[in-house]
Design a protein around this ligand. Structure first.
Ligand SMILES: *Cc1c(COP(=O)(O)O)cnc(C)c1O
Length: 440
């Protein structure tokens, strides 16, 4: 299929594979409450309550969570030295923070919020159906009977890497069999780590979308396989959404006001859209129109930008507009976004911007050398956000359209850094060497 994108100020740049900020013309005031959407903001609160109920079980399964009462949380770090290194020192950049999901416990990436949630929620419902949760005590999921039940079930997932790690780790912790279908761009160290955990890895010589399709087909044929469907799962989405409550608490604790005169900008790296979509939905549910959420994608894999710019309901891939889906940012090497997330984001996402791979390595090096923040290439992409919003022509159009022009000094920017802690040392050193060479 080959499609023509409608006229748009960002069209020629995205087609040429150049970094650009696209503004979503379909965003609406109070879009998160649009009655046309298939989901409701109250579901974010329900997800938060579910996480709270699972907390004792999570602590028992992952002792590193004892310090946070069984919650999978990350720090909110003010970018001080980093902002200067990036050239974001001027007052009109407001305050800049890093939401450090790169260091999330259990899975070392934002996928811990989605994958662990879906696996544990599935385990709870399977145990309940089998009469193993008589008095509702969540700790019964660690009983011998529950483990024996889980061992007769398989949890399968398609992944470019990090979702497989998260789902595989969670599934094995409860005693499930786990199968991860990896796309051709999955990194060797992720395959090795999963294999060591006792997860079966199926490596496909195809891209992410194809790996997911094959995994889904295999699961449909076998009732003992539960498939974590990254293209459709509401459980993943709402697992991610609970991050918003955590962020809101951290902002309040830091004394940061968010309202019409003190805008909040959030920059979220996007692959298929589930993680950034869930987080953005939760943030919009809490902060409404005071929050401005943007996705970021590699210049050759801008599936969300192409999808939303197309204005179509049917799915469009980056191949359909002549792009390659080639990127070092493996967590974002996705050619076609989730239809569910595209629909939900339509009335509320502020826009999408793209970044070049070389910049990812520069930012990786800068984050590590200035503030000891260890990132994988995908996780750095949001760093482009403050520059686009403050300095680009599209950013200034956005400020004008949203009535923000005089308020940028009072803005707060959140760069969501999505992964990195689990990158092996040798691989990280390679990333650093590449970043250093590009920065010099
Ligand atoms: C998965 C991932 C993303 C994007 O999440 P999606 O749900 O695929 O949109 C971004 N960064 C990292 C490091 C990831 O692992």
């Amino acid at each position: 299929m080959s499609i023509t994108l409608p006229d748009d100020p960002a069209r020629s740049a995205v087609l040429a594979g150049k970094p650009v900020l696209w503004l979503n013309p379909q965003r609406r005031p109070d879009g998160v409450h649009s009655s046309a959407l298939p989901i409701r903001p109250v579901q974010v609160e329900l997800a938060e309550a579910n996480w709270q109920r699972l907390a004792p079980l999570l602590t028992a399964s992952f002792p590193e969570l004892a310090a946070t009462g069984g919650r999978i949380r990350s720090d909110l770090i003010e970018a001080v030295e980093l902002r200067d290194a990036l050239g974001y020192g001027a007052p009109e950049f407001g305050r800049i923070f890093v939401k450090a999901d790169n260091a999330l416990p259990v899975a070392g990436s934002i996928k811990a919020r989605g994958g662990v949630y879906e696996v544990f929620m599935f385990a709870e419902s399977l145990a309940r159906q089998n009469g193993l949760l008589p008095d509702g005590d969540i700790m019964a999921l660690r009983s011998d009977a529950a483990r024996a039940l889980f061992a007769r079930h398989t949890i399968a997932v398609g992944s470019t890497g990090n979702l497989g790690l998260s789902v595989g780790i969670a599934a094995r912790a409860l005693g499930f069999r786990a199968v991860v279908h990896m796309s051709s761009d999955a990194k060797a160290w992720k395959v090795e780590r999963l294999t060591k955990l006792g997860v079966e890895v199926v490596q496909h010589q195809a891209d992410y979308t194809t790996a997911v399709e094959e995994a889904r087909a295999g699961a449909e044929a076998d009732p003992t396989i539960y498939f974590v469907d990254d293209e459709r799962s509401e459980l993943l989405f709402f697992g991610y959404s609970a991050a918003a409550q955590e962020l809101a608490g951290q902002l309040a604790k830091a004394g940061i006001t968010v309202n019409a005169d003190h805008p909040l900008f959030v920059y979220l790296p996007c692959g298929i859209g589930g993680a950034p979509g869930g987080a953005a939905y939760g943030i919009k549910a809490i902060f409404g129109d005071a929050a401005h959420c943007f996705f970021v994608e590699p210049v050759q894999s801008p599936c969300a930008m192409v999808q939303m710019m197309s204005g179509r309901d049917e799915l469009v891939s980056v191949y359909d507009v002549g792009l390659t889906n080639q990127t070092e940012a493996d967590g974002m090497a996705v050619a076609r976004m989730s239809a569910f997330v595209a629909e939900v984001m339509k009335p509320m996402l502020a826009g999408v911007f793209t970044v070049a791979d070389d910049d990812l390595f520069r930012w990786l090096w800068q984050a590590q050398t200035t503030q000891d923040i260890r990132l994988e290439p995908s996780a750095t992409a949001g760093i482009a956000g403050p520059g686009f919003l403050v300095e680009s022509a599209a950013g200034q159009r956005y400020q004008a359209a949203e009535g923000l022009a005089g308020k940028m000094n009072d803005a707060t920017h959140i760069v969501w850094t999505t992964g990195g802690a689990f990158v092996p040392e040798a691989q990280f050193e390679e990333f650093m060497a590449k970043g250093a060479a590009l920065t010099a």
